[in-house]
Write a protein that binds this ligand. Structure first.
Ligand SMILES: O=C(O)C(=O)C[C@H](O)[C@H](O)COP(=O)(O)O
Length: 203
């Protein structure tokens, strides 16, 4: 079975994907994996997101999870559609308990010390730091890492290929997430080249 730490350590960058066409999604996912980014977060923000995710689970080498999971119903739908991990922008007790009951690999979002403490009470210590730049950026992450020495993060929100290295240099950061890897109008060659650049970032 997967665990969230292993998934976070698989690649330095997790592409955050907003896709609505399963065929196009498979092409994009294949290009990302070819470029070296194996962990793919499919946000449940589009009408066909679950279908997209299921289609992408067939890509060889891909570890496909669901993002923007806001409640228990979405958690169940995502897991049933083949999600190997679940990302949420925030952390609620109900969602965390449902994820634990289903033994899901769960990466909830936190933005401050109280969020982290709530997560620790629920047995969690791997979090998405979201929205990373808007919540104070690297300065805030460094400050939060002080009192919570065993906690590790995947900062997401406002991060770019240019800013990713300084985040990844932090011991508390296992990977970063970002939507910059796939933007409308990009060719598959562009997606693959962008993935290769991101996959080459050092931690
Ligand atoms: O949909 C979710 O569940 C989210 O948490 C939001 C995404 O992670 C960010 O939108 C990605 O941030 P950008 O790279 O700045 O676009």
């Amino acid at each position: 079975m997967d665990d969230i730490e292993t998934i976070m350590r698989t690649a330095p960058v997790i592409p955050v994907l907003v896709l609505d066409d399963p065929d196009q999604a498979v092409a994009i996912g294949t290009a990302l994996v070819k470029g070296g980014l194996n962990v793919l977060e499919v946000t449940l923000r589009t009408r066909r997101a679950l279908e997209v995710m299921t289609a992408m689970t067939g890509i060889e080498g891909a570890i496909v999870g669901a993002g923007t999971v806001l409640d228990e119903a979405q958690l169940d739908l995502a897991l049933d559609a083949g999600a190997r991990f679940i990302v949420s922008p925030g952390l609620t007790k109900r969602l965390a308990q449902a994820a634990s009951a289903r033994r899901a690999c769960f990466l909830p979002g936190i933005a401050n010390a109280s969020d982290i403490m709530r997560g620790l009470e629920l047995g969690l210590n791997r979090f998405k730091f979201f929205p990373a730049e808007a919540s104070g950026g690297l300065k805030a992450l460094k400050a939060l890492a002080g009192p919570f020495g065993d906690v590790r993060f995947c900062p997401t929100g406002g991060i770019t290929l240019q800013s990713a290295p300084e985040w990844l240099a932090e011991e508390a950061v296992l990977c970063v997430g970002g939507s910059w890897l796939v933007k409308p109008g990009m060719s598959m060659a562009d997606v693959e080249a962008g993935a290769r650049a991101a996959a080459g970032l050092r931690r």
